[in-house]
Design a protein around this ligand. Sequence first.
Ligand SMILES: Cc1cc2nc3c(=O)[nH]c(=O)nc-3n(C[C@H](O)[C@H](O)[C@H](O)COP(=O)(O)OP(=O)(O)OC[C@H]3O[C@@H](n4cnc5c(N)ncnc54)[C@H](O)[C@@H]3O)c2cc1C
Length: 390
Amino acid sequence: MTAEHRPERIRALIGEYAAEFRKTALPMHDGEVAVEDVVRSLDLELLRFSLPQEFNDTPLMIGSDPLYVRRISESVIVQEELSWGDAGLMLAMPWASLAAFVIDQMAGPEIRESHYSRLANNAEWTYFAVTEPEHGSDPVSMETTLSRDDEGWVINGTKRYVGQGHRGTTGLVFCRREGTSGPMGLEVVLVGSETAGFTSAPLQTIGLRGAGLSELNYDSVRVPDDHVLGQQGKSTRRGLFGASHTFDMLRPGVGAMALGVARAAYDYVRAERRALRAEEEASMESIRQRILGTRSLIAAAARAVDAGKPSGPLSSAAKLEAVRLAEDATVEALRLLGPCARLEHPLLDKFRRDAQGFEYMEGMTDIQRQNAAQGYLTNRFWTAPTGLHP
Ligand SMILES: Cc1cc2nc3c(=O)[nH]c(=O)nc-3n(C[C@H](O)[C@H](O)[C@H](O)COP(=O)(O)OP(=O)(O)OC[C@H]3O[C@@H](n4cnc5c(N)ncnc54)[C@H](O)[C@@H]3O)c2cc1C
């Protein structure tokens, strides 16, 4: 397979799985089938798509070539395609989580080894808990504490809106070291869900139900020393800095999921309304052009990450554009299918609900706008040749 044709081959392969995702999209959204059952019925090759090569002995195959989806520029293709099928199920995939990525970036070799060895053999979920009931995801005001007594580290606090929190067998918790203020006092800690003092509960959501948003409570939860991540690395790889670096790397993926939903809405209208008036056709053409443009922007942000020079501002711009497009495409699709569209087209109603969730993932629109503008004004937008800018 030539490098030039690889993206198309990946898209075609994952597109077949996406068509399968579509079959359970509504029943899972409506609660007629359990997320856990749908996930466990998926092919192991697909479930394991993001695992490192050394932990994956059943990779996806493109012809005779194994496909390990470890580069962000390939991951965004997978995320877009699977989200076209069902963004909820895409978010329910156990091993494609933010936590796994943070472990890759920040954990020592032993933690990484034990984490992946366990996950590779069981369809287990992990979570990454930042958001709090009183302070949202603002790290500076975070109240969950990590303190130390004679027996070791202890976590106290509450997290809310955490994806897969109630399903996770382990999770990463963002805490403030007791007695500190400012960004340097923040730590990322690995916590097992069997640990005494940990409780969790699922939350109801209007869309993206596969994401499994949850509330988590830590009441004097004890953690071993080596579960406080990044201690062996530089201070710039720890806590807030390590996590925000990870967000910059993964934000194109959130954009890719939103793009998948935008495309799903576009294709839905094309399938349902064969004849459009001139004004309607112009609107659809504009959405089609935006889908292609946004895909290029996401690909550019992903290539910067793969080049080892992630650009926070470029990732923000890509996510911003994709979120706006998902909103616009789903609203427009409802308009084009008439005043009763939400009742008559439950799948489109679901796309509309799902589209609204991306705004909240990995930084809201206000923050992305600030990132993009500051990056542009300080000449940090294009960190690497991405094939997009002159
Ligand atoms: C599908 C989904 C999955 C999620 N998964 C996770 C997860 O796995 N883990 C997790 O921890 N959380 C998760 N979240 C929660 C998500 O991260 C938060 O909802 C989001 O960060 C915003 O927090 P908030 O809703 O409390 O709003 P707030 O942080 O309170 O913000 C409210 C408003 O104020 C604006 N604002 C805040 N600070 C500033 C500022 N400095 N300058 C300008 N404007 C500002 C925001 O942009 C926003 O418009 C998820 C949410 C969804 C919908």
